[in-house]
Design a protein around this ligand. Sequence first.
Ligand SMILES: *Cc1c(COP(=O)(O)O)cnc(C)c1O
Length: 360
Amino acid sequence: MSSAPSSRTLPSAQGSTASRRQFASDNYAGIAPEAWMALAEANSGHAPAYGNDPWTQRAADAIRDLFETPCDVFFVFNGTAANSLALAHCCQSYHSILCHDVAHIEKDECGAPEFFANGSKLLLLLGENGKLNPSGIEEAVLRRNDIHYPKPRVVSITQATEVGTLYSPAEVRAIGAMAKKHGLRLHMDGARFANAVASLGVAPREITWQAGVDVLCLGGTKNGIHVGEAVVFFNRDLAREFDLRAKQGGQLCSKMRFVAAPWVGMLQNGAWLRHASQANRMARLLHSLIHNLPQVRILFPQEANSVFVDLPKTTIQALYGRGWLFYNFIGEGGCRLMCSWDTTEEDVRAFAADLRATVA
Ligand SMILES: *Cc1c(COP(=O)(O)O)cnc(C)c1O
């Protein structure tokens, strides 16, 4: 086969460990049973195409119920498309988008936001624990206001962040207020929004539209759906003609019921939150088992479904040798250990035991 592009290199899993549950990514996991059942249920007879089917209607209504507000909902295939098209819809090509230096839209989308926005520039800000703060945003806006500068028009934040931390409701509100003060739209990359809600114990509205978020890219895939993210516009004026942008961007699924149905399955009995809570709980357990080990240094506060940890190179190689897969792309020895909806306590204890044995 092929030249399948791999952004980050991991040893390939072989033999008896090939199908083991891993800590590499929450998209290593399979499809949650509730999503799978809904898919099977949707697979009966004919239904209108391109989203004009009852499943798509139900899924969009379920998302409106979840956020307790009228909003416009569009289903797309993945997070890169959701973010890029939503951001493109928030600004003109001569505008800029403020985001964190480690943001997925900057580091992991191959320039798609700039591409779909026809050149809008990402302006990178720093901030502790992967988070933007209001003063950094204001500083970036006030730095320049001349004709030569790409005018800031959007703030993009990630919840949960790329380093597994969370914005509290007050932090989102403060950013929302700052965005409003300077006429900026607020975009939220919610690839792990479920993990954030589960960990914060808040109503979804409290960290979105009530805090000033205009558009949310709501993650389905990492939560347990086979494929798909939802673009949720709380600012409904902004949603105008997004259907056309999604179609042009190659994101309108003709058999839409199979993208929409899993959302119904996940949302109707709280499965989305149960699965996210399980992943969070496993990350918490993993943190508790390893944070005191010698040569193990926790890199960021453990708040959602991941643990970021600095490990000696020899330890990383020893763990790879034992068949474990995880990314170590953060600097020299920085590793990301990610828990999924199906990670079990046995998985966590087995990994922690191997880690303990290899650092000892
Ligand atoms: C996984 C992820 C996405 C979506 O990535 P795709 O591979 O394009 O689906 C977006 N944002 C963040 C923070 C992510 O972790």
